[in-house]
Design a protein. Structure first.
Length: 104
């Protein structure tokens, strides 16, 4: 988790909730292209799941949310991105500039 937060340039904090008594972790990555907004990255280690939600400045519901389940590998490409690889081939990408994408 430390390598992911270091690459994204943000702190990782415990979420205000847990799953089966196990911690869930959150990171807020500011979006360079949408001032005042951020990506909320939620790491669910016990569920092998990662969520990426666009949080807009007015505090309304997340207009965009991506979920990667069955994550088996996390790859950190220094200065580029973090990749969360899923069984089946799908990859969730996150950058320190607040870009997020999912691809097969």
């Amino acid at each position: 988790m430390a390598a992911v937060s270091a690459e994204l340039g943000v702190d990782v904090c415990p979420a205000p909730y847990a799953v089966g008594g196990e911690s869930v972790w959150e990171m807020r990555v500011p979006t360079r292209w949408l001032p005042g907004a951020s990506l909320l990255i939620i790491l669910w280690p016990t569920l092998a799941r990662v969520d990426a939600r666009l949080i807009i400045s007015d505090g309304g519901p997340a207009p965009i949310a991506l979920t990667a389940k069955e994550v088996h590998t996390v790859e950190v490409y220094e200065g580029v991105e973090v990749m969360f690889r899923r069984h089946g081939g799908t990859v969730l990408f996150v950058t320190r500039n607040g870009h997020v994408a999912m691809a097969d």
